[in-house]
Design a protein around this ligand. Structure first.
Ligand code: NAD
Length: 292
């Protein structure tokens, strides 16, 4: 009989539960990796919101699906349906990866560890360093938690006066009180105070943008008003990867600073999820070369 493709009776499904979903790069990334490594898995995106989530999780469990990614708007809503949480998910209050082991569902957050891993790939160790981080949403929160976990000495979080400010306060409280073992000192400041921002950047090794400023509809904008806040020995990172060179990345390059965009974080959060499901390393260099 003719082989009708690589799907057969033993193919295991990995899913993605989010909405909207059509723009996601995850299916291309994971399917390419499965193919490259000869793994009998397939990755499919499912348009799922909070209303369908409980039923979908039950269905995935009944089908013994090995695992799935969770993205907006389900990253927090999924917590109540899981059996166990990794520390990354506990401290972040969100899950982006679920692993099903014999019917037991465990939630992880690999966004922050993806960020830290990407820095390591660039030869940057966070131990003993100071970071200034802008934002406290879905991307910034895991960065704060995992950077603290990775041994920062100090983190100064700047947040705009909006609905995310309370989460910035909570992140600072978690790092200072619940993560005492890390001995990181966390501070919070309003983003509106640009002079304080200048001062915190001056004493930092790393400036991280954890907001969507720089990406549509805020393309061409930066969280830094004045490029003189940056300097050549600063490491500047962005969660934005489209455009590949945000305004902040341009500003960093202008002063000769190290500029690292959000692509590596995105790739590595996927690679770490891939490893949790398959026990194998994603061929990240190959994926990057093929897709980006
Ligand atoms: P979110 O809505 O959860 O959080 C948005 C954050 O941006 C909040 O802290 C908010 O206060 C801040 N913000 C919004 N508008 C602002 C403005 N004009 N000035 C200053 N601060 C502002 O969103 P999110 O999920 O955290 O996503 C943020 C960005 O990160 C998006 O561009 C997203 O594509 C990107 N992202 C990248 C990765 C990656 O792996 N590289 C992962 C997740 C998200």
């Amino acid at each position: 009989m003719k082989n009708a493709g690589r799907i057969d009776g033993r193919t295991q499904l990995i899913g993605l539960l989010a909405t909207p979903i059509g723009h996601s790069l995850s299916p291309a990334m994971h399917n390419l990796a499965f193919e490259k490594l000869g793994l009998n898995n397939v990755y499919m995106a499912f348009e799922v919101g909070n209303e369908q989530l409980e039923e979908v999780v039950r269905g995935m469990r009944a089908l013994n699906i090995r695992g799935y990614n969770v993205s907006m708007p389900n990253k927090t809503a999924i917590l109540q349906y899981l059996d166990e949480l990794d520390d990354s998910a506990k401290f972040t209050g969100a899950v982006n990866t679920v692993v099903n082991t014999d019917g037991k569902l465990k939630g992880y957050s690999t966004d922050g560890s993806g960020y830290v891993r990407n820095l390591r790939e660039h030869g940057i160790d966070l131990k003993g360093k100071k970071m200034t981080l802008v934002g406290s949403g879905g991307a910034a929160t895991p960065i704060a938690i995992e950077a603290a976990q990775a041994g920062l000495a100090e983190i100064s979080i700047f947040a705009r006066n909006d609905q995310f400010f309370a989460r910035a306060e909570e992140n600072v409280r978690i790092i200072n009180e619940d993560m005492k073992h890390t001995q990181v000192k966390a501070n919070i400041y309003p983003l509106e105070n640009q002079e304080q921002l200048r001062e915190e950047i001056r004493t930092s090794h790393i400036l991280a943008n954890g907001t969507g400023v720089g990406m549509k509809p805020l393309e061409g904008k930066s969280v830094i008003e004045d490029v003189s806040m940056l300097r050549s020995d600063l490491i500047v990172t962005d969660v934005v990867y489209s455009p590949a060179k945000s305004k902040l990345m341009e500003q960093a390059e202008t002063v000769g600073a190290t500029a690292i965009n959000g692509l590596g974080m995105m790739l590595w959060q996927g690679a770490l999820a891939f490893e949790l499901w398959t026990g194998q390393e994603m061929p990240v260099a190959y994926i990057k070369e093929q897709l980006f």
